[in-house]
Design a protein around this ligand. Structure first.
Ligand code: AKB
Length: 316
């Protein structure tokens, strides 16, 4: 990766990935794009352009203007919002991906886009879900993710576009909150623990999903994009996980720092149904073997860091 264009750069992943990539590759070599502008490091510290990913020519012109050789396509709706707006989700998630792949093909760019644990469904083996297994998701988001994985493989096989991807679990970060996901509770719980000492979980006790702290997610993207292509047996997309946890595991980890923290439940049937259709835990051995994926943060290490960073953020 030398000159990178990032779509959805102000979202949960983009707002940290752009900063990290600029540290590695130089400010001018990471072009951030989004459909809006805000006062942030992403906008202020390097090239930033307003681009709607459903407008292929705008995306193409921006990529051409900056002579990019890599596209990291992050603009998408998450699972819970996609369930509320399925047609909009299809148009944005699939239309945006198709446009970004076409730009990558025309400008000969390397390409990354994230898939998700949402690419699995109720008939997928739930525990230690294999890399290659049944993928019959029952959500619009999941359908978009499976179709996206296949489309990226197609562009690799048919046109030789160097497409790579991971299936992200729930991502936890203190920088930019996620919006409209099923795993968002695992971020909200930390904010509420510090603000109110209490959290009401919309996901039921005993519901396990894979999770990951953002620094591990960012390293995974960069490591996979830098990986030797001859080592990659898979491409779109690798299972990756840091740990599997249910709401009560987060509560117990938080209590080791805030002993009076309490949690109760008010389960949201829509997000609970989505969570129940997803795996409890992934087998990420293909990512470990093919490109050396190795997360640094488990639940306790992440909780310690998350709470201390959020305290500093609150004081600022
Ligand atoms: C969501 O909950 O929709 C995302 C995901 C796991 O893809 N965080």
């Amino acid at each position: 990766m030398k000159k990178i264009l990032v779509t959805g750069a102000l979202g949960q992943i983009g707002s940290e990935l752009v900063v990290k990539c600029r540290e590695i590759y130089g400010n001018d070599n990471v072009i951030a794009t989004d459909i809006r502008r805000n006062a942030s490091r992403v906008v202020e510290e390097g090239p930033f352009e307003i681009v709607d990913v459903t407008d292929e020519s705008a995306l193409f012109e921006t990529a051409k203007k900056y002579k990019v050789d890599t596209i990291i396509h992050l603009a998408a709706l998450l699972s819970a919002t996609a369930e509320k707006k399925p047609v909009f989700a299809w148009n944005l998630n699939m239309g945006g991906l198709m446009n970004a792949l076409e730009v990558a093909r025309n400008l000969n760019c390397q390409f990354f886009t994230p898939s998700s644990i949402g690419a699995f469904g109720p008939t997928t083996p739930k525990d230690q879900t294999p890399q290659d297994t049944i993928q019959r998701p029952t959500t619009m988001y999941g359908i978009n993710k499976v179709a996206g994985e296949l489309l990226c493989d197609y562009y690799y096989k048919k046109f030789g576009v160097d497409t790579r991807g991971v299936r992200f679990p729930g991502l936890i970060s203190y920088v930019t909150p996620p919006g409209g996901g099923t795993t968002d509770y695992a971020v909200d719980i930390y904010y509420k623990a510090l603000e109110e000492g209490h959290y009401t979980s919309y996901i039921a006790e005993g519901t396990y999903m894979d999770m990951m702290y953002m620094p591990d997610a960012l390293s995974a993207i960069i490591q996979l994009m830098e990986a030797d292509p001859s080592e990659l047996k898979h491409r779109n997309a690798f299972n990756i996980t840091a740990f599997s946890a249910a709401p009560e595991d987060f509560a117990n980890a938080i209590r080791r720092h805030i002993p009076d923290f309490t949690m109760d439940y008010d389960v949201d049937p829509v997000r609970q149904a989505i969570a129940e259709s997803w795996p409890n835990s992934l087998d990420d051995s293909a990512a470990r073997e093919e490109w050396g994926f190795k997360p640094e943060f488990d639940l306790d290490k992440m909780t310690e860091d998350m709470l201390s960073k959020l305290k500093v953020k609150k004081m600022a």
